[in-house]
Write a protein that binds this ligand. Sequence first.
Ligand code: EPU
Length: 421
Amino acid sequence: MKERMLITGGNPLEGEVRVSGGKNTAVAVIPATLLCDEPCTIENLPDIADVYALVDILRALGAEVEYVPNLFMRVDPRPADGWQVSYRDSQRLRASYYLLGALLGRRCEAEVYLPGGCAIGARPIDQHLKGFAALGAEVEQLGGRIVAKAENGLIGSDVFFDVVTVGGTINVMLAAAKAQGTTIIYNAAKEPHIVDLANFLNSMGAKIKGAGTDVIRIRGVQYLHKATYAVIPDQIETGTLMIAAAATHGDVVIHGCIPTHMEALSAKLLEMGVRVSDSDDAIRVRSNGVHRGVNIKTQVYPGFPTDLQQPMSALLTTAKGTSIIQETIYESRLKHLTEISRMGAQVRIMDRTAIIEGVTDLYGAPITATDLRAGAALVVAGLMARGVTEIYEPHYIDRGYEHIEDKLRSLGAVISREKGE
Ligand code: EPU
């Protein structure tokens, strides 16, 4: 028997829930500990598969790591003398590519296999490599791995990105934090986790200005001292819970989030007829079940995030009228809608656009997650549907959502998991 998640739909989510620390911040901040010259401590990390993969990678490189899930991770990078990440470890998560920037910054040499992660498009990393080369590294792609070395050290430089890239911006920040001189990144990404990584590095003594704008200035320093740092809450988990609350016609308060990070989603939910209100660190989402269709075009921050397009388009399958989804970031991020069509959704997909005609009800069916956020979209669909939905390949969801069944059950969802053999 294969592992599957089982959801009996139709129960409104009600109550209060706390959001976990950000996955996409955690996967940048953990490699960044390698740049520190003293032990450092990270708090508020989400208890998810990607974090465990990074613990194994840091240990394989020789760092001492003490990880107590939901409390702290203490990393002593001083004994780390490795500079190569194995094929198996590189494949365990997309963000293994941050080891390139972190190891280059630490010891001017790095070898990492091309990353794994979700199959949502081609996902090249040419801009990361161009950034390393601008700082003076020799970068080669050999036998499926990237080898980067800067024999004369990394020298600060101007880096112009051809496309706005979150990963490229983070990787160049990592490599440049201890380079000689100043690096200026133009056309930088502005996502909240870029600001969070800059704050973490600055808390250790780095000199980074402008994170959160499209020009970031990094004055290299020689030494980074110890720090204790708590990562920001997960913007995408917050958004997924908001969508799930609306989808089940529920009333949920999400605590510990940053409402300003959620503005693009909140605006769309309000446009649909969902009630959204917020305070300093909480958002309440209420729905009476009457939803209007809306159009979504994914964009870089502060636009509508691609990572929420999938759960949001699941919600739109039962909204009144037509909704048009345009996925501009990835070529192949609409596969969840084909699965949700098995549950009765009316969807036409043309290249990167989906046209959804809202139906009154979805019906439970066996469906398969094809990536992390597709999995989240299927959970939303299952919560809305009549009857029982079986989600296969739920391990994708574990890559980015901490204890998702427990959180949803605490709000009244009927959800469980059957382990595979
Ligand atoms: N791109 C290039 N060349 C590059 C880098 C990117 O052409 O060198 C293109 C990509 O193919 C894509 C676009 O630029 O079309 C944006 O890619 P970006 O580099 O911004 O994405 P990423 O760093 O690979 C991160 C998150 C993703 C999230 C995107 C966009 C992490 C580990 N991943 O990916 O998160 O979708 O930014 O916000 O932070 C997820 O959490 O489910 C997830 C996929």
